[in-house]
Design a protein around this ligand. Sequence first.
Ligand SMILES: [Fe+2]
Length: 277
Amino acid sequence: MRFAIISDIHNNLEAFRSTLDDIERQKVDKICCLGDLLGYGPDPIKCVDLMLDLRRKGKLEVCLPGNHDQAAMFEPLGFNYMAEAAVNWTREQLEKAHGNRAVDRLDFLGELQIQQYYRKDELLFVHGSPRNRLNEYVFEEDVEDPDKMSKIFNAISQQYSAKYCFVGHTHVPGVFVNKTVGMRYEYRSYDEIRKENGGVFSLGPEETLVNVGSVGQPRDGDWRSCYVILNYEPKGSDNFIEFHRVEYDVEKTVAAFAEIPELAKYPFLAQRIREGR
Ligand SMILES: [Fe+2]
């Protein structure tokens, strides 16, 4: 099976469209979305409609909730003032729309909240981490924190009986491997994997946590959309992932921010899209 795994689209329609075009060319079987479809960006309605189209066409394996999706449906808790303003604006757009399509969107977003993880064979999909599915960040520097890493890997193997876990949330693509011997953990950034092996990373016998990066708001210094293709057979010995970066019309997204006074108030929201931070 070939799965495209996307995350953190954040209302960025141009990035989402270009990424789906790229995925189409890669001939995948299904698409998994790890959450944060909403928040930050200028096009919530069209992004939800694109996701609903994927589901209608049977292309969606799963779409999980992220903390911004939850905040848009309920209440933003622990958000900074820009993220809060953007999520409140997002919610207003969803609420002021009318008609059947508007009801479908809210139904879909409501249903998202029900299951915060998805497990298939040895695979586990969550937004943040297996310990705190919506809100925990796993950063590169955590590889130096054996207490945190061991708890996360224990959750993958013991709580979920899984081996390979896929997350988003930090918007920084990379791979953590549980080397098991002597509580040693390894981290490979997207950049290292790209230089060492053209973006391809083999999944070995160790538990592995893959951050698939962000479609709509990458934060690793590269503005291009990021996603992962997983090539996987249950118990297979040749499972691997490929990181993909996709160029899109970033200036069109930046221009869309300028049209919305509630978002244009915070120039950093558009600037970070351009700079990948
Ligand atoms: Fe996010």
